[in-house]
Design a protein around this ligand. Structure first.
Ligand code: 7TS
Length: 402
């Protein structure tokens, strides 16, 4: 059993008060709070290690380069990638998906080719595919919010050039059977990208076990800084891809006649990268590995089960998304109350949740809603905080009944 009290002490912000009440932070799917070791790693970098990477021969540049590349090794190990060269540092999940769309999929497209996604994708796993000259096909989800797997399999055809699916839905909490999905796509020779933005904070991920070709995530959703994330790509695929952006650091030599691109992964990291972010991400990965992803998953499973029970007992509350397997988030609506009002009233009690379409408008449309309220969990949340949420929701119901 995780010692949540001890873990909470690692997060300075959890000691703050909001409107005179202790902060109850349940908006972790939007971004997580940061432990002191991540904050300190960034501070230490600027106080003692700051320099540009892959450039100088001087001590600080060598030190910064070592820290930056060590974070790559740790990220590779975290995902169980075969080789650190399979990790490209990017701004986040969004940039990683755009990179794959432009650099891997676009050059391979023939006319009428299709990209297959699911109905539960975040906008960042929809719009980058719409920018391509390809037909976007959408595998349906059922009323529980589960992917209709038989339909998904049927939709893989000779025209399917690429499959992109989320590992965990940010709006419904659905955990997709990603390994099965990869098997189905690979049986037809179609490569697969998995959007792991909402998965890596909640469960151990092994890209080689999943068998996927690409896996993406954002640092800020896994206790790391904003502005940094990682793309995992199988090495032969990465080596086959042209640069996405160009400039310094991604070249071996430049003349006006001919430029020779750098080796992977540096070919995809043009310009001075987010060095502090990468170092912070490395520290965040150390932190979650220290806490143990199995222990985090078990603790959060308890929170999800507890919250599902407690919220179901709030009068006129309906949970949106009742998939077989869920992680991280619970979406809900209260009869006759706009989700925005739910969020605003809870905020007065120091309780932070997200309301709106969660950048997943097709999911809202599927359930006939404009918006939901969403509580999303992290390793530091407690049953007491869920009780506070339920009490807050009861007050919302009273306010609107009066
Ligand atoms: N994919 C999923 C499944 C997400 O939930 C998000 C962000 C992204 C991709 C994009 O991540 P970014 O770091 O590149 O922005 N989801 C949310 C959310 O649920 N609330 O705020 C952001």
């Amino acid at each position: 059993m995780t010692d949540v009290g001890r873990l909470r002490a690692d997060f300075p912000i959890l000691r703050t008060e909001v409107r005179g009440k202790p902060l109850v932070y349940l908006d972790n799917a939007a971004t997580t709070q940061k432990p002191k070791i991540v904050i300190d790693a960034i501070g230490r970098y600027y106080e003692e290690q700051n320099s540009n990477v892959h450039r100088g021969v001087h001590h600080l540049s060598e030190l910064a380069t070592k820290l930056y590349e060590d974070a790559r090794v740790r990220t590779a190990r975290f995902l169980n990638a075969a080789d650190p060269r399979e990790i490209v540092f990017v701004r986040g999940a969004t940039e990683a998906i755009n990179l794959v769309a432009q650099s891997f999929v676009r050059p391979r497209l023939r006319s009428e080719d299709e990209v297959l996604v699911t109905h539960m994708e975040h906008h960042s796993n929809i719009v980058p595919w719409q920018l391509l000259p390809a037909v976007l096909r959408v595998a349906p989800i059922d009323d529980a919010g589960d992917l209709v797997l038989e339909k998904f399999e049927e939709m893989i055809s000779e025209r399917t050039r690429f499959v992109a699916v989320t590992h965990v839905s940010n709006a419904l909490g659905t955990v997709n059977p990603v390994k099965r999905i990869v098997e189905m796509a690979h049986a037809r020779g179609v490569p697969v990208l998995v959007d792991g933005a909402q998965a890596v904070p909640h469960m151990p991920v092994d890209v080689r076990d999943l068998g996927c070709d690409f896996y993406v995530f954002s640092g800020h959703k896994i206790y790391g800084p904003t502005g940094v994330g990682a793309l995992y790509a199988r090495l032969p695929l990465l080596e086959s891809m042209p640069p996405y952006q160009s400039g310094g650091d991604m070249i071996l030599s430049v003349s006006f006649e001919k430029t020779i691109f750098n080796h992977v992964p540096h070919r995809f990291e043009a310009g001075t990268p987010n060095i502090e972010g990468v170092i912070g991400l490395g520290a965040a990965i150390d932190y979650v590995r220290g806490a143990g992803l199995d222990a985090i998953a078990a603790h959060e499973r308890d929170l999800m089960d507890y919250a599902t029970g407690v919220l179901s007992r709030v009068k006129s509350l309906r949970i949106v998304g009742t998939a077989r397997e869920k992680a991280g988030a619970i979406s809900f609506v209260l009869d006759g109350v706009h989700p925005h009002d739910v969020g605003t009233i809870l905020d007065r009690e120091g309780i932070a949740i997200r309301t709106g379409h969660h950048c997943a408008q097709p999911v809202m449309e599927r359930f006939g809603l404009a918006a939901t309220a969403r509580a999303s969990f992290a390793l530091y949340n407690t049953r007491e905080e869920i009780d506070a949420l339920a009490a807050g929701l009861r007050r919302v119901v009273e306010v609107f009944r009066a």
